[in-house]
Design a protein around this ligand. Structure first.
Ligand code: ADP
Ligand code: MG
Length: 240
């Protein structure tokens, strides 16, 4: 798989008079596992949706694989997004949920068969192919959501608080699974979380957001040892 970078330059976005993202400049390296970390309401989802193409920025530019994607619709961006609530189709089986994006793209049947099998294998859900999502645990539903996204082989994987609906123990386990999956695929990944520990234990680097302003970008150790301001010191320092 080709590894691509994501670059934001002076991005801004407002809802009416409310500025939600202010002059965001950051660079996610090809193949990197990058976290967007910040408290609730800091603009993490808005920034992720902007990268996915569901939101449009008003100022600045956004480059994926070196190309300006301003105005490019989501399905032409080569990105895959996993939503916080998973957004699985309740009336479809696990198999059909995972196959959906390929059917939509008119991929031939044989290829769909192989790709869905591979994706379900990768997340350890082969034996659940015929079940409906409601018959699965939260962790399993999360894996279906991941399989459904990676099956279309996006160049960038966007994860919006993918573990926040799971209980603590499962969250820690899924964290490891996610990290392993990301390493296996080598896919550029942007992971949104409000949980410092989650970001620090999974990501290569992270950006700390507060009130739509990028506070600092760095590695876990870098942010922990050399916080750039009081907000970062307080937010990152409360990791346990
Ligand atoms: P986070 O994901 O970090 O919790 P969000 O990106 O969801 O933050 O939201 C950032 C800010 O933008 C919040 O103040 C939120 O109320 C506001 N906001 C988000 N979506 C909309 C919208 N569609 N219309 C108006 N305000 C919005
Ligand atoms: Mg959010």
């Amino acid at each position: 798989m080709k590894k691509v970078g994501v670059v934001a330059k002076h991005l801004s976005l407002s809802y009416g008079k409310t500025e939600v993202l202010k002059d965001i400049t950051l660079s996610v390296e090809p193949g990197e596992f990058f976290a967007l970390l910040g408290p609730s309401g800091s603009g993490k989802s808005t920034l992720l949706r902007l990268i996915a193409g569901f939101n449009q920025h008003q100022g600045g530019s956004l480059l994926i694989d070196g190309k300006d994607v301003s105005g490019t619709p989501p399905h032409l961006r080569n990105v895959g997004m996993v939503f916080q609530n998973y957004a699985l189709w309740p009336h479809m089986t696990v198999w059909d949920n995972v196959a959906f994006g390929l059917v939509e793209r008119k991929v031939d049947k044989k290829t769909i068969q192989q790709k869905v099998e591979d994706a379900l294998d990768l997340v350890g859900l082969k034996q659940y192919a015929k079940r409906r999502p409601s018959m699965l645990s939260g962790g399993q539903q999360q894996r279906v959501a991941l399989a459904r996204t990676i099956v279309i082989e996006p160049q960038v994987l966007l994860l919006d608080e993918p573990l926040s609906n799971l209980d603590k123990q499962l969250r820690v386990q899924m964290r490891e699974e996610l990290k392993n999956l990301q390493r296996t695929l080598g896919i550029t990944t942007i992971f949104v979380t409000h949980d410092q520990e989650e970001a620090m234990t999974t990501a290569d680097r992270m950006a700390v957001l507060d009130k739509g302003i990028l506070q600092q970008v760095g590695t876990a150790a870098g942010l922990f040892d050399f916080p750039g301001n009081r907000f970062v010191a307080g937010f990152v320092g409360t990791a346990n």
